[in-house]
Ligand binder design. Structure first.
Ligand code: DX5
Ligand code: ZN
Length: 229
């Protein structure tokens, strides 16, 4: 059965709020915690470094992942490998995605390739066998709380078609403006992982995650029936 995962982004929460947010996310039943590391260069804002997931690692049983919105992602892999199990690097920041993926995998971490809105799927279609996941940005990278550009879900459909045609195993994550109200749309286009910040933490996380699960349930069930028939 296809099970869509919900990953909670902590971007936008103050540091003092983080231990409580981890507890709430775990109680709400999210599948992972998503750390957005940005350097004020690839993005216009600066968030935090690899020290943050490391500092928080002991406070949660949840899987941690890092989304590197930085111009030199390779400088972060080693330190992050001690606290996260997945690293997304941006296609726009590396010369050879296959080499980056291998460097991440050599550290025992799962490599993911992230695409900014302006980056076409065609530019990375030859690299998809080297990564475990592809993250499709649905907003300009950097800040939480932006509205999803739903036209970018065409990239999810495109990736899903390539995956099926070529028999590849990468998962597809969507990030930016993902809310309970548009989760079904993203999932029906082929997204396996929904990354959400304000969609979870702007209100009651428990309730938000329930709403996410309810809205994607039909997609999960339809896929189960498709597989069974
Ligand atoms: C944006 C980040 C996202 C963001 C998600 O650049 O990559 O992970 O924090 O936050 P929301 O869900 O509020 O768009
Ligand atoms: Zn992110």
């Amino acid at each position: 059965m296809r099970r869509i995962r919900i990953h909670a982004s902590l971007l936008g929460l103050g540091v003092a709020r983080l231990p409580g947010a981890l507890r709430e996310a775990e109680a709400a039943g999210v599948d992972a915690i998503h750390f957005d590391l940005s350097d004020g260069c690839f993005t216009d804002n600066l968030t935090y470094g690899p020290w943050l997931p490391a500092d928080l690692r002991g406070l949660s049983h949840l899987e941690f992942e890092a989304h590197l919105m930085v111009v030199h992602p390779g400088a972060y892999y080693d330190e992050l490998s001690r606290s996260v199990s997945r690293i997304y690097f941006h296609a726009e920041t590396v010369e050879d995605p296959r080499r980056e993926a291998a460097a991440i995998r050599n550290l025992g971490v799962s490599p993911g390739l992230a695409l900014s809105p302006e980056t076409p799927v065609a530019s990375i279609s030859g690299q998809l066998d080297s990564v475990d996941s592809v993250l499709v940005m649905l907003v300009k990278p950097g800040r939480g709380g932006q509205a999803m550009d739903a036209s970018l879900l065409d990239k999810v459909s495109e990736l899903s078609a390539i995956r099926e045609r070529e028999g590849l195993g990468f998962s597809i994550a969507v990030d930016g403006g993902v809310k309970p109200g548009n989760a079904r749309l993203a999932a029906s286009r082929g997204a396996d992982v929904l990354i959400s910040g304000t969609g979870i933490f702007s209100g009651d996380p428990m309730r938000a995650v329930e709403e996410f699960r309810r809205s994607i349930k039909l997609v999960d069930e339809r896929c189960t029936r498709d597989v069974a028939s």
